[in-house]
Ligand binder design. Structure first.
Ligand SMILES: *Cc1c(COP(=O)(O)O)cnc(C)c1O
Length: 386
C-alpha cells in the first residue's frame, strides 16, 4: 500500500465530509428538496464572488464557462484583446479563433506578468475592441496578472473585462463589484474543493446589457436562459445534482469564517513554498516574486537535473506525491507545487520533503530538511496556527 497526496492545481483534494456527500442517494432536481440546496448555494456563491449579481452554475468544466463568457458577449465581426501569459491565456485566443472573432493577443515570456501599460497600448490601438479577456492567476506559470489595474483601464475605455479566476476565486482578493469586473469565472475542481464538473460565471449590469445584443451562436450556454431559471432555484438543463449537493457543504466549510482567512492561509502557504524551494537552491519561474500567484508555485528544474520530467514522475511513482510538470514549451523545464483549496501547512511540508528526496536521487545536492525548515519558519513567523 502507498498513501497518495494530491498537490495539483486541479483537481485539488476534497475534504472527507464533502466526499461523503457524493455517496448520498440521488434526488430529483425539479423538487423543493433540490431547490432548497440550490437556494443556499446561490447565496454562498454571491459571497464568494463578492457580488450582488446572480452567479450562474453550469454543468461544465472551467473551459465551458470561458466558452459561455465568449459567446454571450461577442458578435461576428468583433475584435477582442487576449492576454497570453501562458497556456490558459492562449485558450482565450483559441476560443476567439474557433468563433471567427479577431483576437489581438498580448503575449509575454513564461514567468512574466502583463503590465497595465501593455494593455493600455492595445486598447488605444483597438478602441472598439469588445473586451479584454485574461486570467487573474495563470496556472501554467504560477503568475498573477494585475487585475484591478486592467479592469480600471477597461472601465475608462468602456470595454468589457472578462476575468478567468479559476485558480484565483477564493484564493486571493478579487471583489467583483468593488473592482467593476464585468465577467468573472471559476470552476469546481480548484479552490472550491469538489470534483470537476461545475463552472460558475457572473456578469455585471454592463455585461448583461451587451449580452442581450451579442450575436454569436449559442444554445447550451445561453446565459439569459440560465438566469431566468436560476433565480427560481432551477437550471435550464439537468443540473449536476450530486456536485451541487457537495458544493453546498464545501462552501459552508470554506466560508465559515469569511473569505479573509482563506486569502491569508493561501498567502502564507505560497510564501512558505517559495521559501522552501529557494532554500533548496531552486529558482522560481515567476520573474518577479511579487507577481507569484498564491495558488500554485512554478519552480525551474535545476541545471544539475538532466531530465526534468523525472521530478514529477519519481515523486508520483515512488513517493505517491502528485505534482504537475510544465506544459508544452515548459515540459521538463519546470514543475508546479500547488497549495490552494483544501490545503494546509503539512501538505506543503509533505510536498517539500518528497521533493528533497527526489532531487537528491536525481543528483541535485540538498541537505535533507532544508526546504521544510524554511517553509516552517515562514509558517511560524506569519502565525498560520495562531
Ligand atoms: C484549470 C483552469 C482552466 C480550465 O479549466 P477546465 O476545468 O480544465 O476546463 C482554465 N483556466 C485556468 C486559469 C485554470 O487553472
Amino acid at each position: 500500500m502507498k498513501k497518495t497526496y494530491l498537490l495539483t492545481p486541479g483537481p485539488t483534494p476534497i475534504p472527507e465530509s464533502v466526499q461523503a456527500e457524493f455517496a448520498k442517494p440521488i434526488i430529483h432536481h425539479r423538487t423543493p428538496e433540490f431547490e432548497k440546496v440550490f437556494a443556499s448555494v446561490r447565496i454562498q456563491l454571491k459571497t464568494l464572488f463578492q457580488t450582488k449579481q446572480e452567479v450562474l452554475t453550469l454543468a461544465a468544466t472551467g473551459t465551458g464557462a470561458m466558452d459561455a463568457a465568449f459567446v454571450n458577449v461577442c458578435s461576428p465581426g468583433d475584435t477582442v484583446i487576449t492576454l497570453n501569459a501562458g497556456k490558459f491565456g492562449e485558450r482565450w485566443t483559441k476560443i476567439a479563433e474557433a468563433y471567427g472573432v479577431k483576437a489581438i493577443e498580448i503575449k509575454v515570456e513564461p514567468g512574466e506578468s502583463i503590465s497595465p501599460t501593455q494593455v493600455e497600448e492595445a486598447i488605444k490601438k483597438y478602441p472598439n475592441a469588445r473586451g479584454v479577456f485574461f486570467q487573474a492567476s495563470e496556472t501554467s506559470t504560477g503568475v498573477k496578472l494585475p487585475v484591478k489595474a486592467i479592469v480600471d483601464l477597461c472601465k475608462q475605455n468602456n470595454i468589457l473585462s472578462i476575468v478567468d479566476a479559476i485558480t484565483a476565486c477564493g484564493v486571493f482578493e478579487l471583489p467583483m463589484d468593488a473592482w467593476n469586473i464585468d465577467v468573472l469565472i471559476t470552476g469546481s475542481q480548484k479552490a472550491l474543493m469538489i470534483p470537476p464538473g461545475l463552472a460558475f460565471i457572473a456578469l455585471s449590469d454592463h455585461a448583461w446589457k451587451i449580452a442581450s445584443t451579442a450575436k454569436l451562436p449559442k444554445y447550451y450556454f445561453d446565459l439569459h436562459k440560465e438566469l431566468k431559471m436560476q433565480v427560481k432555484n432551477q437550471t435550464a438543463w439537468t443540473p449536476a445534482i450530486s456536485l451541487i449537493q457537495g458544493l453546498e457543504h464545501a462552501l459552508d466549510i470554506m466560508l465559515e469564517d469569511g473569505l479573509e482567512p482563506n486569502f491569508k492561509r493561501h498567502d502564507i502557504l505560497a510564501e512558505a513554498t517559495r521559501a522552501g524551494a529557494k532554500a533548496l537552491g531552486l529558482e522560481l519561474l515567476a520573474k518577479k516574486e511579487s507577481d507569484s500567484s498564491t495558488a500554485v508555485t512554478a519552480v525551474r528544474v535545476p541545471g544539475s537535473v538532466k531530465d526534468g520530467k523525472q521530478i514529477p514522475k519519481l515523486m508520483r511513482e515512488k513517493y505517491g506525491v502528485i505534482i504537475t510538470g510544465g506544459q508544452e514549451e515548459l515540459e521538463g523545464k519546470i514543475f508546479r507545487l500547488s497549495h490552494f483549496g483544501y490545503c494546509g501547512a503539512f501538505d506543503i511540508t509533505t510536498g517539500l520533503s518528497a521533493l528533497e528526496m527526489v532531487l537528491r536521487e536525481l543528483g541535485h545536492k540538498v541537505s535533507p530538511g532544508a526546504g521544510v525548515a524554511a517553509a516552517i519558519s515562514i509558517i511560524e513567523k506569519r502565525g498560520l496556527f495562531t
